[in-house]
Design a protein around this ligand. Structure first.
Ligand SMILES: [Zn+2]
Length: 329
């Protein structure tokens, strides 16, 4: 099965999708330490449904909806050497908060995402299936460090661990690897950006035949420049719609000429952006880059939205990209 990607304005998603009931049930089992066959089949069913929605919307480059991840930091901490997870604290109803705690040297133990990627790919109808990993800077920021007392050393060890995982994914056939670093823009002091850069070099340096992506959102993104442009990244995936595309001016200032995944859907509102409004957003991106280098996607993951809203937003986004492509043809 081969799907022909458009050569302009390809559509994609950041990663997460609203949790299906099967995923919520799987989280309950996992919290009790039960990762048996029932847990696995619930996760797979939720994943299948998320991918079916992405396909129904018509997305070109898919993700698996992150239905296995109740929390994007805890999920990886549970699989790596060096972490413990704090006892769950109930915030309200059935919302629990747990935090990774670093207790020894961080290292890679076993494959984390490879089986899920294979399964997701088998449902992708020939489309590329992107892999998303929570980056080491964000992992560290959202953890409690009882071992290193040195942010850089912890982050670089984590980057080494993720390099092993990324190599396993590439061997399995993954071609789109995305590192999510939402915490990087929250402080974005120069020393943080430089440490993150070292970590990216360890994780992605020298990898060929792979699209290397980073997703960053919120915070003071302009403070990541210009250093972030030297990271071994092929495609920068940013939140832009939510701030009225102000970041594009920063990119212009630095003569940005890499690939840009442009956020054209605001994930913080249930309002469904009309097709014309999204087309205007794409036009803003086209002032900066040719359509071959511009990808169209929501600002961030969709998990906080209601499923119907998320799906409706994506459908309008795909339609907007299609119409702009037609206008360009
Ligand atoms: Zn985000």
């Amino acid at each position: 099965m081969n799907y022909k990607l458009p050569n302009k304005l390809r559509t994609t998603v950041v990663g997460s999708y609203p949790y299906f009931p099967e995923a919520l049930k799987a989280f309950q089992l996992r919290r009790r330490g039960d990762r048996g066959p029932e847990y696995e089949s619930l996760v797979r069913e939720a994943t299948r449904k998320a991918i079916m929605d992405y396909l129904e919307a018509g997305i070109d480059i898919l993700a698996d909806g992150e239905q296995r991840r109740e929390d994007m930091a805890v999920f990886f901490a549970e699989e790596l050497e060096g972490f413990e997870i704090s006892e769950p604290v109930r915030i309200f109803d059935n919302v629990y908060f747990r935090k990774p705690v670093i207790v020894s040297k961080i290292a890679w133990r076993h494959e984390i995402l490879v089986d899920d990627w294979r399964y997701a790919s088998s449902l992708a109808a020939g489309r590329p299936m992107k892999v998303t990993l929570t980056g080491p800077y964000t992992m560290y920021s959202w953890s409690f460090d009882k071992f290193y007392g040195d942010m850089r050393r912890a982050i670089l060890d984590m980057a080494e661990a993720f390099r092993r995982e990324i190599e396993a994914l590439v061997r399995a056939g993954a071609t789109f690897i995305q590192i999510d670093e939402p915490a990087l823009s929250t402080r974005a002091e120069k020393k943080d950006v430089l440490i993150a850069g070292e970590a990216f070099e360890i994780m992605l340096g020298g990898l060929s035949n792979v699209k290397r992506i980073t997703h960053i959102c919120y915070g003071k993104m302009e403070r990541l420049f210009p250093e972030i442009l030297d990271f071994p990244i092929d495609q920068y995936d940013f939140e832009t719609k939510n701030r009225n595309y102000e970041l594009l001016d920063v990119l212009k200032e630095y003569s940005f000429d890499k690939e840009l995944a442009l956020g054209v859907i605001d994930v913080h509102t249930s309002r469904i952006e009309p097709v014309e409004e999204i087309m205007d957003g794409i036009a803003r991106g086209l002032e900066l880059l040719p359509p071959e280098k511009l990808y169209v996607k929501p600002d961030c993951g969709l998990k906080r939205l209601k499923r119907e809203i998320a799906l409706a937003k994506l459908k309008n986004m795909v339609e907007a990209a299609r119409r702009v492509r037609e206008e360009l043809a």
